[in-house]
Design a protein around this ligand. Structure first.
Ligand code: IPE
Ligand code: IPE
Ligand code: MG
Length: 251
């Protein structure tokens, strides 16, 4: 249903004025938050300061996405491959994610955000695991945007974990179909991402949402994640609305 202009908030007004149709938003936006390191290095700063700036960006994007009316936001915060980085950076990232999870919980809860996690959470430091569990439990009944933090996440690892669970249940081979795999993913109730945005120019998937992203529309920005703002988000949504999705059929 078209919104009467008077009830629109600032970002919806901005979206409308650049031709975005508010009844055709991506339901699920996923982002590969890349380029924090380059943002910092170019400024002669420690890479961790880039991640700190990336956290600021994420606060803004979550708020923007929620106010715009996007129902699901999933962000790639740490991949199963990111353990290969120097210990200083890995430790700093774990601390940053834990601090962010603790500091933002109250505001997210006030804003009716439902928090989820995706990844091998049993392998992250105990403090971070507890902070994430607490966030998920506290916000479980919220009805606003569903915000999923992918931590120690790998698309291949997720499929391996699903297959293990299916085998453990003793499911006969002939009974396994796409629905079975889907039902054993980390968050089977969350719809597939419609729009996948990657910042900082790299045209690759880097093991994110391999199953769910099969038909996501991809948008890659030159802006790094710390530089990504409301304008970039609206550009990506506008680009999404110019695409023709066919899912293998004809348009
Ligand atoms: C993305 O930024 C954040 C994480 C992977 C945790 P990077 O740290 O990958 O930044 P670049 O790609 O080195 O610039
Ligand atoms: C993907 O970015 C992982 C996250 C954003 C958390 P990377 O920077 O790790 O990806 P590659 O190594 O460039 O493919
Ligand atoms: Mg990177």
């Amino acid at each position: 249903m078209p919104h009467p202009p008077s009830t629109l908030n600032a970002i919806q007004q901005a979206a409308l004025s650049r031709g975005i149709e508010l009844d055709r938003l991506p339901v699920h936006l996923a982002t590969i938050m890349d380029g924090n390191g380059r943002w910092a290095t170019r400024r002669g700063l420690d890479r961790l300061l880039g991640h700190q700036e990336g956290y600021r960006t994420l606060r803004g994007v979550l708020l923007d996405a929620s106010e715009l009316g996007i129902r699901y936001l999933t962000v790639y915060a740490f991949s199963v491959e990111n353990w290969r980085r120097p210990e200083h950076e890995v430790r700093g990232l774990m601390k940053l994610i834990e601090t962010a999870a603790r500091n933002e919980l109250r505001l997210m809860h006030q804003n009716n955000v439902r928090v989820r996690v995706a990844g091998r959470i049993d392998e992250v430091p105990a403090g971070l695991r507890q902070a994430l569990d607490h966030g998920v439990q506290t916000t479980a009944a919220n009805t606003g945007i569903t915000f999923t933090l992918a931590v120690n996440y790998g698309g291949r690892a997720e499929i391996v974990d699903a297959v293990r669970a299916i085998v453990r249940e003793g499911t006969p081979a002939e009974a396994i179909d796409e629905e079975t795999i889907h039902a054993h993913l980390y968050n089977p109730d969350i719809p597939d991402p419609d729009l996948l945005v990657r910042t900082a120019g790299e045209m690759r998937w880097s093991n994110f949402l391999l199953w769910q992203g099969a038909y996501s529309e991809l948008v890659v920005t030159e802006a790094t994640w710390p530089e990504f703002g409301t304008e970039h988000l609206l550009d990506a949504v506008a680009e999404f609305q110019r695409r023709t999705r066919k899912f293998g059929g004809l348009s």
